[in-house]
Design a protein around this ligand. Structure first.
Ligand code: MN
Length: 400
């Protein structure tokens, strides 16, 4: 515990963790149970004792090993808790109540913030889909026939979604070889810089969720790295899509940024041609102005702009429930690799090295795919009324 450091309240510390942000996570301290906290500056607000002292919010939401109980309460309660906390943090008279429950980040260990129900990954960047098409299928049209009509996706593996900081063991798999397939360690291990969306409010089987209900169901966003073994993927993916080439690990940030914090980052989608069918139409800004940085061993190697994504997350949610599939609390869906039109905006090493044919430079060396010991970090920032938000970063080191 420490004295309440309050320079973060109005964003003056430049941390991107001021009262406009308030991302949720699950943390532990030595000899104490995991519980829910909110990040402010370089501290975590231990929410359960603060709730117990204020009587306005149920302690049971926060004495939990995951966010799922809070996520399931729904959008009205998310907003009520957010307003309660903002009022407390901005009220000098409440400092004596909050101050003792500010825990320095250096004293906590972060856990997986929510229990993942189902996990779906989309393919929503026009530039990424075009690049991958050119690299994997140089003789065919770059975009699949359905690509401009629906956000293409696949069901991933919920049980292997891990929190930022978890080491990623290089996967083995079957790959194409000159004399037939071989089985062994992936030689083309890659990343995909993505944004993930966390569902709080469930929906009943048989009831599609319209694009207009996006904010009623989606609680917030996480940074997400969809680790990909390209050699395994390239051999296995026809015709049913990715399987073992991606299911070995997906990393998410420890902090979940509430959708409400991103109101100032909403932007129009870049433009859809042809116009989507009615059930995928959106009538408000459906994109987000979120800047992404990809760091390889501490050096920025790409700056993908989320604002360039062709399909918005409300459309992804409407599409994934358009057949009546239900939503569960803890469902996670990801955007797909974020790539912009420029070479330095590509969100995968596959694209940055153009299929491994054109090595790029990082930390003074020519690089293509990941080597054992490499550390990859994804950083995200978004505009907000008081400056900017720093969304939860995602980091992971490759081990052999
Ligand atoms: Mn992906």
């Amino acid at each position: 515990m420490t004295d309440p450091a309050t320079s973060w309240v109005d964003g003056a510390d430049g941390s991107g963790f001021d009262v406009d942000h308030l991302p949720y996570g699950v943390f532990t301290t030595p000899d104490e149970e995991p519980r829910v906290g909110v990040r402010v500056g370089d501290h975590v607000v231990d929410l359960a004792p603060v709730a117990a002292a204020s009587f306005d919010v149920h302690v049971g939401l926060f004495e939990q090993p995951t966010l799922n109980v809070f996520l399931a309460t729904g959008a009205e309660e998310w907003e009520r808790v957010r307003s309660w906390l903002q009022d407390l943090l901005l009220d000098p008279a409440a400092e004596a109540m909050v101050g003792p429950h500010l825990v320095p980040l250096s004293e906590v260990a972060m856990r997986m913030p929510f229990e993942v129900a189902d996990y779906v990954d989309f393919y929503a960047s026009l530039d990424h889909a075009s690049n991958v098409g050119r690299i994997f299928r140089p003789d065919d049209a770059a975009l699949p026939a359905a690509w401009r009509h629906l956000p293409i996706g696949y069901h991933g593996r919920a049980g292997t979604v891990v929190v930022s900081g978890t080491e990623v063991v290089r996967p083995s798999g079957q790959r194409r070889g000159a004399d037939g397939p071989t089985f062994g360690l992936s030689e083309r291990l890659d990343i995909e810089a993505e944004l993930g969306f966390v569902v709080g409010t469930p929906s009943p089987l048989g009831s599609p969720v319209p694009t207009s209900a996006f904010a009623s169901h989606v609680f917030g966003v996480v940074g997400l790295n969809d680790w990909s073994a390209r050699d395994v993927q390239a051999w296995e993916y026809v015709p049913l899509g990715p399987f073992l080439g991606k299911s070995f690990a997906t990393s998410v940030s420890a902090w979940v940024t509430p959708l409400a914090a991103l109101d100032g980052a909403r932007v129009d989608l870049p433009g859809q041609d042809p116009a989507p069918l009615a059930h995928l139409a959106v009538d408000e800004p459906a994109g987000f102005d979120i800047a992404v940085e990809v760091l390889l061993d501490g050096e920025v190697v790409a700056r993908p702009p989320y604002s360039s994504m062709y399909w918005g997350p409300a459309q992804m949610l409407a599409h994934l429930t358009s057949n009546g599939a239900s939503l569960r609390t803890g469902d996670l869906f990801a955007s797909g690799t974020i790539s912009g039109p420029a070479a330095e905006q590509r969100g995968s090493l596959l694209e940055l090295s153009w299929g491994g044919q054109e090595p790029f430079e990082a930390a003074g060396r020519k690089r293509t795919f990941l080597e054992d010991g490499d550390e990859v970090t994804l950083r995200y920032t978004a505009p907000s009324p008081r400056g900017h938000l720093t969304l939860g970063e995602v980091t992971g080191r490759v081990v052999g």
